[in-house]
Ligand binder design. Structure first.
Ligand SMILES: [Mg+2]
Length: 105
């Protein structure tokens, strides 16, 4: 199975859905999708499978990721660059050593 990187997905979203003048709309969509995710979790939605995806936690998680990356695009933020930075901050904050695992196979 081919792997999808965060950078590839972010570029894919930018190529098909990028409107820098609509920042507030993208944020509202993200908020809406977080609400849909909350509902799917609260209703203990059926796990997605080949024949059923609509309304699943899997679908709503992707929708949240989609709008997160779309918003990153609006600000020209390469999110993959900043993930290890934030994880190192988290390591310091919580006294853990997890960030280096991001770079191991
Ligand atoms: Mg949704």
């Amino acid at each position: 199975m081919k792997r999808i990187t965060i950078s590839k997905l972010q570029k894919y979203i930018k190529d098909k859905d990028h409107h820098p003048d609509l920042k507030k709309d993208y944020f509202l969509k993200l908020s809406e999708e977080v609400g849909e995710l909350a509902q799917a979790i609260r209703k203990n939605a059926t796990p997605a499978n080949e024949t059923s995806f609509k309304g699943s936690i899997e679908e709503e998680l992707y929708d949240v990721m989609y709008y997160t990356l779309a918003i990153a695009n609006l600000y020209d933020i390469d999110l993959e660059t900043w993930i290890p930075v934030k994880e190192r901050i988290n390591d310091e904050k919580y006294g853990t050593h997890n960030a280096d695992k991001l770079f191991s196979n």
